[in-house]
Design a protein around this ligand. Sequence first.
Ligand code: IMP
Ligand code: MG
Length: 175
Amino acid sequence: MTNNIPVLIDEKKIQARITELANQINKAYKDGVTVICILKGSIIFTADLVRKLTVPTYLEFMVVSSYEDTESTGNIKVVKDLDSSIANKDVLIVEDIVDTGKTLKYLMELLNSRHPKSLKICTLLSKKARRNCEVDVAYYGFDIEDEFVIGYGLDYDQEYRNLPYIGIYNDTQKD
Ligand code: IMP
Ligand code: MG
């Protein structure tokens, strides 16, 4: 059931912020950008963001896994790698959320070793208080408190990704 989930960020706020982020990205990447959507969580954000980009945009996907239930294992696995080379390209990693930062630190190291022209991060959400790795986030939508959030691509145990807003998960929701 999804009718008793407290809303943290509603659809309108999400869309307005994505428009602002897209404007910044359009200005910064006049020659085009290779967007890497980190599946599964960032599928919805990426889909909305790229439709607001007006510069030449190339879309790539990676699947990584790190989380079990509500805790990051810190054990990052590339489940599906890129299909094409990013050498000499301006690359933007699009993530749903940066929490401890472990996933993005790992991805930045991995992708930088493939010699892109530039490599930056765009995330919809950031839990700054939880960061325990140094990651340089070039674009972020919202900084949020240390709460487990669901919806708009984010899951709890693979559920709730389809919610059109960001909600707060608490374990009484299943009852
Ligand atoms: P990190 O490696 O700790 O930064 O975790 C990053 C990944 O953990 C994200 O890509 C999400 O998939 C997941 N994650 C972190 N916090 C949340 C949350 O509040 N809700 C859902 N997934 C989360
Ligand atoms: Mg994720």
